[in-house]
Design a protein around this ligand. Sequence first.
Ligand SMILES: [Zn+2]
Length: 249
Amino acid sequence: MTKAEGIIIRTTDYGENNKIVTLYTSEFGKIGLMARGAKKPKSMLSSISHVFFYGLCLFNKGRGLGSLYQAESINPFRLILSDIEKTGYAALIVELTDRLTEDSQPFPGLYRLLRDTLLLIEKGTDAAILASIFAVKMMKVAGIDPEVDHCLRCGNEAGPFKFSLSGGGILCRNCEASDPYALPMTPSVARLLPLFKKIPLNRIGNISVRQETIGEIESIIAAYYERNAGIRLRAWRFIEQLSHFRAKE
Ligand SMILES: [Zn+2]
């Protein structure tokens, strides 16, 4: 029997009564656990077998699928779960974690990044900014870390820049012709991308970014993941719909 702190990043129904939960932990990385009886309302596991559960879990780590026996919540993430926008951004964060990691490969730095990002959203720090910072930092994990400090071809540090999806970074005005599909970037986006890559989470504080700017960053991030990691996240679609809704208000 093993006890470990973790966050549930996905659940799948299994049969009439059970769920398979995907738990992300510091010690073991991502693991799949059968939560027997979790679909029965009276089961002890029913209240904890949901995405964003964060707590101490008692489980048996089998060779393939293990078994979850008990869990005790550390933070119920009430604010995240009560706000549709925060839920959407948190969903993006756990979906990225799930899609970009392999089973049973411990990566304590990533666990801390995931946990601390969710905790900051729960404390009320801007969820859109945090999700973009998380997504930019995860590019390194995905092996597609872009060059955002200077032009990827000539090293020029002076903008304006365009963002080259195929080149993997920014291109200055002299070099932008090398990628006719490079995306235009406003100076704010060019300034924020390197900041998002480097800033430690505990220093985000009350960073404020205009709605349009965060929208531009989200579009670049989504296109970059699609082009270079081959993944199109379900949560992006939801966030896109939310932003259209906001624009109409
Ligand atoms: Zn250049």
